[in-house]
Design a protein around this ligand. Structure first.
Ligand code: PLP
Length: 477
């Protein structure tokens, strides 16, 4: 493909995406294809000779589009938002076009330097304590990782190495293998699946402690777990707290848990994957009180901050612990920037790095702080609108409501809610998923797409109501 064809293909692809957004509201959110559908539509072997870009784009429309779940549809209410915006899409495109891999400063100075500045901008936007920022005097700093899962895992590895080192320094007679075999980590049973996975990957038992009725881990529960584990000779090293749990968007209390972790030498990690974006608005910052007690903090601009997947912001109070855990040198990685910029490859799992800071920059520059605040406040308002609609219908109960997430159910047996979920799934007009709250089955309704407006919320509710009519008619009230 030559440059002229690239121009034509690129412009046609941008038009295709623009058309997609103009028609997305009219598409069923869920796909109707069956497993294996694609294998039947594609040849069994790669083509011997190249085809035209027009053919490729036609294939996308014919073969790929029917198999998409429309995450950006205004009536996609499952999981949490996975952000998307035009500035971010263009950022991705330019990054692919530049085709650099920022494995060191010299490998592409703009990669590292823009990331440093963006992480400072972002940290200040959330009002994170200065010591987490690259621009502070101290050893703290921020980096963009691929996902919150990766960040939780990286935090665990750093916490593990720190604990082993600290104990061996304090008592040189200790054997490293003995320490490693006794490490334990904690989180609550409301934390994301990725937290349990981090424990599995890092070979550290991740104990999921029972949260209270509000979905929070209490200091009392943590203290008791630590006491029991220490009694058995185990060594607590890592706690993952959640600011905005996946099931109900509950917030752990850092002011309660932080002092305990600091006293016990437990690395305190804060997972604010979804709700962290809300801290751009000063009125929600009370929910992150105590963040200064944390060792690491993470949120996903790729969830609620209009930056396309992947972009997960991680800050640590002392980057030395990452570098000590992950530093592997080779002659081919030698870089002569004299330590004036972070060597981000030592802060992450892979060697290569994408230019994620570019799309983040575009979003911050084009939306501005006010644009992002407006987005967050608007989505929380829409969730409130939905909550009010549910509350007006006596067949339903609202179980929780926090930020852009409402959980609700049909009163009575779980079976009723289960049937409602099945019907909604079959019709494919909206997409919601199940959850559990207080031992009951609930429906999670999240405001996800940046396109969702008040009319969409009304339509989604009308769909839920109409399907509920077949299960619990209004007259049965
Ligand atoms: N943490 C929380 C609280 C989440 O809600 C999620 C995903 O929804 C994750 C972590 C995982 O995020 P990622 O896909 O970036 O790994």
């Amino acid at each position: 493909m030559d440059v002229q064809e690239f121009r034509e293909f690129g412009k046609a692809a941008v038009d295709y995406i623009a058309d997609y957004f103009e028609t997305i509201r009219d598409r069923p959110v869920l796909s109707s294809v069956k497993p294996g559908y694609l294998g039947e539509l594609l040849p069994k072997e790669a083509p011997q000779t190249g085809e035209s870009w027009q053919d490729v784009l036609q294939d996308v429309d014919r073969i790929i589009m029917p198999g998409l779940t429309h995450w950006q549809s205004p009536r996609f209410h499952a999981y949490y938002p996975t952000a998307n915006s035009f500035p971010s899409v263009i950022g991705e495109m330019l990054s692919a076009g530049f085709g650099c891999v920022g494995l060191s400063w010299i490998a592409s100075p703009a990669y590292t330097e823009l990331e440093v500045v963006m992480m400072n901008w972002l940290g200040k936007l959330l009002n994170l304590p200065e010591e987490f920022l690259n621009c502070s005097e101290g050893p703290g700093g921020g980096i963009i990782q691929g996902s919150a899962s990766e960040v939780t895992f990286i935090g665990l590895l750093a916490a593990k190495e720190k604990k082993v080192k600290d104990l061996m320094e304090a008592n040189p007679a200790l054997k490293e293998t003995d320490i490693r075999g006794k490490l334990v980590a904690y989180s609550s049973d409301q934390s994301n699946s990725s937290v349990e996975k981090a424990g599995l990957l890092g070979s550290v038992p991740m104990k999921l402690l029972p949260a209270n009725e509000s979905g929070q881990l209490t200091a009392e529960t943590l203290l008791e777990a630590i006491r029991q584990d220490k009694e058995q000779g185990l060594i607590p090293c890592y706690l993952v707290t959640s600011l905005g749990t996946t099931p109900t968007c509950a917030f752990d209390d850092l002011l309660e848990l932080g002092p305990l972790c600091n006293r016990e030498g437990i690395w305190l990690h804060v997972d604010a994957a979804y709700a962290g974006t809300a801290f751009v608005c000063p009125e929600y910052r009370y929910l992150m009180k105590g963040v200064e007690l944390a060792d690491s903090f993470n949120f996903n601009p790729h969830k609620w901050m209009l930056v396309n997947f992947d972009c997960s912001a991680m800050w640590v109070k002392n980057a030395k612990y990452l570098v000590e855990a992950f530093n592997v040198q080779r002659i081919y990685l030698k870089d002569n920037h004299n330590g004036l910029a972070p060597e981000y490859r030592h802060w992450q799992i892979s060697l290569g790095r994408r230019f994620r800071a570019l799309k983040l920059w575009f979003v911050l520059k084009i939306y501005g702080v006010e644009g992002i605040q407006k987005h967050v406040r608007g989505q929380i308002r829409l969730a409130k609108q939905f909550e009010c609609l549910v509350l007006q219908d006596g067949r339903f109960e609202v179980c929780t409501s926090s930020m852009g997430l409402v959980t609700f159910r049909l009163k009575g047996d779980n079976d009723l809610t289960e049937r409602l979920l099945e019907k909604l799934d079959q019709r494919k007009r909206i997409f919601v998923i199940a959850g559990h709250f207080g031992g009951k089955l609930v429906i999670r309704f999240a405001i996800c797409s940046r396109l969702t407006n008040g009319d969409d919320v009304d339509l989604s509710w009308a769909e839920i109501k109409s399907q509920a009519d077949g299960i619990v008619p209004m007259a049965d009230l």
